[in-house]
Design a protein around this ligand. Structure first.
Ligand SMILES: NC(=O)c1ccc[n+]([C@@H]2O[C@H](COP(=O)([O-])OP(=O)(O)OC[C@H]3O[C@@H](n4cnc5c(N)ncnc54)[C@H](O)[C@@H]3O)[C@@H](O)[C@H]2O)c1
Length: 255
């Protein structure tokens, strides 16, 4: 991977543990010679501690994607460390317990709207907040879980991901003229903090273990992270509005 991201200045959101997909993205990006700035949500000292486990501990900026104040100040905070951005990684999702785990019919709008604000709308908010730093174009990459299907326990998070997939296509439409690409990686199930908060997540684990044509390692974030890095690199210069599946081939199967 050495050199793949040489000269790239990247903003990576979503690190909370070293199992976070974003942690692997940051690690592989640094190994590929990128300069990385992280953002952390809430537990900043924890994120800073985790960041020290990266090959070259990056700065951590506080960012709650639902805070207008944080979004408005993001540019100034990022410029304290890099003079612009070539890539932005959105690795953020949240849904209150009531919107997951089979409660689709009972979830109320307040909780559903929170899930959509954090997991869907924030993709646009983050992109817009970063635009002034992307004067020479660049690449925005997010993470989805295949939203073309209804999954047993994913419920309103699935709806939020369907919205994210659409939002990525609209960002591709609206930012293309500025040379900015927007793509998603659709990952198979991975044992992260977000995944552990989904009641019944083991149903996904069993399904992937049994059926993914290439097999699937629930504890290996690297394949998804590598795809993110590839989309951040110059090797997909004419690809935007795309969803790259990194799921062992599961999505290609029939029932
Ligand atoms: N783990 C999986 O099985 C899987 C599969 C496909 C896609 N994804 C997606 O990958 C992305 C990263 O999740 P992960 O699995 O690495 O879990 P994770 O728990 O490590 O990361 C989720 C991140 O979202 C952040 N976050 C939550 N609310 C936020 C807010 N208001 N502002 C800013 N950040 C906020 C958390 O701090 C955390 O760092 C998510 O979009 C998730 O849906 C995960």
């Amino acid at each position: 991977m050495s050199g793949l991201l040489a000269g790239k200045r990247l903003l990576v959101t979503g690190v909370i543990t070293d199992a976070s997909i974003a942690f692997s993205v940051a690690k592989i990006s640094q190994e590929a010679d990128a300069t990385v700035v992280l953002t952390g949500f809430g537990r900043l000292s924890l994120v800073e501690r985790i960041a020290k486990r990266l090959p070259s501990p990056p700065p951590v900026i506080e960012l709650d994607v639902t805070s207008e104040e944080h979004l408005a100040g993001l540019g100034d905070r990022v410029r304290e460390h890099v003079d612009g951005l070539d890539g932005v990684v959105h690795s953020i999702a949240f849904g209150p317990q009531s919107v997951l785990g089979g409660e689709f019919l009972n979830a109320g709008w307040e909780d559903v709207s929170r899930a959509i604000q954090v997991s869907t709308y924030s993709y646009k908010s983050l992109a817009v907040a970063c635009l002034p730093m992307m004067q020479s174009g660049g690449s925005i990459v997010g993470l989805t879980f295949d939203a073309t299907k209804a999954w047993p326990v994913y419920d309103w998070m699935g709806v939020a991901k369907a919205g994210l997939e659409s939002a990525s296509r609209y960002l591709a439409l609206h930012l293309g003229k500025q040379g900015i690409r927007s793509n998603l990686v659709s990952a198979g199930p991975l044992r992260t903090m977000a995944a552990k908060s989904i009641p019944g997540f083991e149903q996904f684990e069993d399904a992937w273990a049994e059926r993914a044509p290439l097999g699937w390692d629930l504890s290996n974030q690297e394949p998804a992270a590598r795809a993110v890095c590839a989309l951040l690199s110059d090797w997909f210069p004419a690809t935007t509005g795309e969803i790259v599946h990194v799921d062992g081939g599961y999505h290609a199967l029939g029932a």
